[in-house]
Write a protein that binds this ligand. Structure first.
Ligand code: BGC
Length: 387
C-alpha cells in the first residue's frame, strides 16, 4: 500500500453528526419516549448539548481543517405540533447554518435522521402509515422554504434500512414492531417520501444537489458456491431496498461501516463468516478495502458523483482510529485514481455522542466527550480534542 496519497484539491473533507445524537433535550420525539421506557442503554438527556454549544462544535471542526459539516434537522423541533411550525427552532437552525458558512464550511443537511415527532406517532403510527408521507412532504417544504438558502447539499433521509430493520423486524428501535407487513408498508412509504421530496426540492431549488444516504455494506462470498446468494443479498441491501433511486438523486451518499462474508457456520449469525481479525469496540470488523469495493460498485451502477457521508469506528482507547482512517482513505484514493468521481469524505463523528439503543458507551468521536464529568456535573461537560 502506498505510504502517501494525494487527493484532489477541491475534495471536501468533513465531519458528521445528527440532531438527536448531539443536541440534547429532544423531548418531543419518539426516541426520547423510547429512552424513557428504558429501551435504550441510556437516556439522551442533554446529549452533547450541541443545541446550545454548536459554535464550539463548529470550532472543533474548523480546527480539524474541515471544509464541510454534516448535520440533521430535528423534525419534532421544527414542527412541534401538527401543522404548527416553530420559528424559534427554524431561526436556531438558520443561526447554526450561517455560523458554518461564516467559518467557510459547506453545509450538508439531512432532513430526517430517524426520530419522528411524538404527535405524529400518537396520531398516525409512523412510517407504516401513508399519512407520514404527506406529513414528511410538508415538513420538507417548510424546511426548504425557510432554510433552503443556507444549505449546500441536501439529504432527504439517512439510511432508511436501519430504522426499517430495527423498527419493524428486530424491534430494537421505535416503533418496536416485529411485523413484516408493516415493514413492507413502511419501506414503500419511505421510498415515496424520498422521491417526492427530491422532486419538490428540485422544483423549489433547482441548483441544490439533493440525494439520500445509504448504508453500503461490502458483501463477499466465503467461496464460489456462495456467490449467487451474496449477490442477491448485496443487491437487496445496498440498492433495491430503496426502490428506484437512480432517477431521484444528484449524488450517491455512501455510509460505509460493514464487511460481511457470506457462507455458513454452525453458530449464530449462521450466514456471516467474517474473520474478525480486527474489530472495533462494537465487534464490527475493520475492513478498509470495503470502502473501495462499494464505491466502485456504486459508480458502475449510478454514474453520479459520490460522497462518503459516514465512516468511522467506536474505539474508546483510540487503538485503531489512526490506522482506520489512513487505510480507508488509501483505498478511497485508489478508487479516485481509477476514475470514480468521489467528491468528499465525512467522518462519523466529530464528537462522541448518543449511539441510539447503545447509549453513550460507543465512542465514535474524533473529539472525545468527557462523559464521566458530564454525568457528574452536567453544566460543566468539556470536550477534549484527541491527539
Ligand atoms: C448512523 C449513525 C450512527 C452510526 C454508528 C450510522 O448508521 O447514521 O446515526 O451513529 O451509524 O453506528
Amino acid at each position: 500500500m502506498p505510504k502517501k496519497v494525494k487527493f484532489p484539491s477541491n475534495f471536501l473533507w468533513g465531519v458528521a453528526y445528527s440532531s438527536h445524537q448531539v443536541e440534547g433535550g429532544n423531548s418531543n420525539n419518539d426516541w426520547w419516549e423510547w429512552e424513557q421506557k428504558g429501551k435504550a442503554n441510556d437516556k439522551s438527556g442533554k446529549a452533547c448539548d450541541s443545541w446550545n454549544r454548536f459554535r464550539e462544535d463548529h470550532q472543533l471542526a474548523q480546527g480539524l481543517g474541515c471544509g464541510g459539516f454534516r448535520l440533521s434537522l430535528e423534525w419534532s423541533r421544527i414542527e412541534p405540533k401538527e401543522g404548527i411550525f416553530s420559528f424559534d427552532a427554524i431561526d436556531h437552525y438558520r443561526k447554526v447554518l450561517k455560523d458554518l458558512k461564516e467559518r467557510g464550511m459547506k453545509r450538508v443537511v439531512t432532513l430526517w435522521h430517524w426520530p419522528l415527532p411524538i404527535w405524529l406517532v400518537k396520531k398516525y403510527g409512523g412510517w407504516h402509515k401513508k399519512e407520514t408521507v404527506f406529513l414528511f412532504e410538508k415538513y420538507c417544504q417548510k424546511a426548504l422554504e425557510e432554510l433552503g438558502d443556507e444549505i449546500d447539499l441536501f439529504i432527504t433521509m439517512n439510511e432508511p434500512i436501519v430504522p426499517l430493520n430495527n423498527g419493524y423486524l428486530t424491534a430494537k428501535f421505535p416503533p418496536g414492531k416485529r411485523n413484516p407487513l408493516f415493514y413492507r408498508w413502511a419501506r414503500k412509504n419511505m421510498i415515496l417520501a424520498h422521491q417526492s421530496c427530491y422532486q419538490l426540492a428540485k422544483k423549489r431549488k433547482p441548483n441544490l444537489p439533493v440525494g439520500i444516504t445509504t448504508l453500503f455494506n461490502f458483501f463477499e462470498p466465503k467461496s464460489a458456491s456462495w456467490e449467487w446468494l451474496t449477490k442477491k443479498i448485496e443487491n437487496w441491501y445496498n440498492h433495491s431496498v430503496l426502490g428506484n433511486i437512480k432517477d431521484y438523486q444528484d449524488f450517491v451518499g455512501i455510509d460505509y461501516y460493514f464487511h460481511n462474508k457470506i457462507g455458513f457456520k454452525p453458530s449464530f449469525p449462521f450466514f456471516i463468516c467474517n474473520e474478525n481479525k480486527k474489530v472495533s469496540d462494537l465487534g464490527w470488523e475493520i475492513f478498509p478495502r470495503g470502502i473501495y469495493e462499494v464505491t466502485k460498485d456504486a459508480w458502475q451502477r449510478y454514474q453520479k458523483p459520490i460522497y462518503i457521508f459516514e465512516n468511522g469506528l467506536a474505539d474508546s482507547e483510540d487503538k485503531y482510529r489512526q490506522e482506520f482512517i489512513r487505510d480507508h482513505l488509501i483505498w478511497l484514493n485508489k478508487a479516485i485514481k481509477e476514475g470514480v468521481e468521489i467528491k468528499g469524505y465525512f467522518h462519523w463523528s466529530l464528537i462522541d455522542n448518543f449511539e441510539w439503543a447503545l447509549g453513550f458507551g460507543p465512542r465514535f468521536g474524533l473529539c472525545a466527550m468527557d462523559i464521566q464529568l458530564w454525568s457528574a456535573n452536567r453544566d460543566q461537560a468539556i470536550f477534549i480534542i484527541k491527539k
